[in-house]
Design a binder for this molecule. Structure first.
Ligand code: FE2
Ligand code: FE2
Ligand code: FE2
Length: 186
């Protein structure tokens, strides 16, 4: 059994992504995207239900969102893109992936959005690029001593995804959102 299939997930078909039939692979990818959309949409629905004071409906949305999250991960595993190694290797992988995204993909996406006059997309991409750069820096620092002597929280900007260590800033350095838009992640 390939190591990306965790113990207990014995009912997952053991199919390597590159040996999968073309249509199936495309369908797994499509299912992954659809489930990921549902997962995030349901979390937004849950926040709205909380706001409108339907706490049980909020819980229901969160429960189904968690379930769709399970599907997202299973599909990703089938695609061979959820390989989990040692923490040090996972940090290295995450560092490289953030670096590629902010040096290669987002610059191209920004250029193409600007060329088509898509200002909202260009802004979203450009803030995401800056944020990914920050993620890469966090990973790089973590790699040096594996954060062994540190215990602190992180705060995530809910507008752009900027990650602040320890305290949320008064304003997000990337998107300028106010402190209240940061969410504590423990
Ligand atoms: Fe699902
Ligand atoms: Fe990132
Ligand atoms: Fe932000």
């Amino acid at each position: 059994m390939p190591e990306e299939f965790e113990a207990g997930v014995t009912d997952s078909p053991i199919t390597e992504a590159n040996s999968m039939g073309e249509k199936t692979r495309k369908n797994v990818y499509e299912a992954f995207v659809g489930e990921a959309k549902a997962h995030h949409r349901l979390l937004a629905f849950a926040r709205k239900a909380d706001e409108e004071e339907y706490p049980q409906v909020a819980k229901l949305f969160r429960a189904v969102a968690a379930a769709e999250g399970v599907h997202v991960e299973r599909h990703l595993r089938l695609l061979g893109e959820a390989v989990v190694k040692s923490t040090e290797e996972n940090l290295q992988f995450s560092f490289e992936s953030e670096t590629t995204v902010n040096e290669v993909y987002y610059p191209r996406f920004i250029g193409e959005a600007e060329a088509e006059g898509e200002r909202a997309a260009a802004l979203t991409f450009s803030q995401a690029r800056d944020v990914e750069e920050g993620h890469a820096a966090l990973y790089k620092r973590a790699l040096s001593a594996m954060l062994r002597d540190e215990t602190h929280d992180y705060h995530v900007c809910q507008v752009c995804g900027y990650v602040a260590e320890r305290e949320a800033p008064d304003r997000c350095p990337v998107c300028k959102a106010e402190r209240e838009r940061f969410r504590l992640v423990t």
